[in-house]
Design a protein around this ligand. Structure first.
Ligand SMILES: [Zn+2]
Length: 107
């Protein structure tokens, strides 16, 4: 979902004109609300709200989270190949487990 500040000129649902509803206090919940655009057609329920700062922050956080998932997936992939890489080297370094014998001689 992309947030936009632009209200449509016409209702995308029924094609009626869009009117600005000024900010006020909800009679139903008693909570203040920001100005929003609504369809002038009474039978239509289309409403356009300008994204608030909070909405924008949430949107930005979602984007960061998305990027983080992508990065962690890359790290997982890298870690997987690194594991395979070290396995090969451990085998070559110590083909018969001789390093254990070396340490027993010192002690
Ligand atoms: Zn409408």
């Amino acid at each position: 979902m992309t947030l936009t500040n632009q209200a449509p000129q016409q209702c995308p649902k029924c094609g009626s004109s869009i009117k600005l509803v000024p900010a006020g206090v909800s009679k139903r919940t008693g909570k203040p609300y920001n100005a929003f655009y609504a369809c002038s057609n009474r039978d239509c329920d289309y409403i356009f709200r300008q994204p608030s700062k909070q909405d924008k922050i949430v949107e930005a956080l979602k984007q960061i989270l998305k990027n983080q998932v992508a990065i962690s997936q890359k790290i997982d992939k890298l870690a997987g190949s690194f594991e395979a890489f070290t396995l090969i080297f451990t085998k070559q370094d110590d083909p018969e487990g001789t390093s254990q014998d070396d340490t027993s001689e010192i002690s």
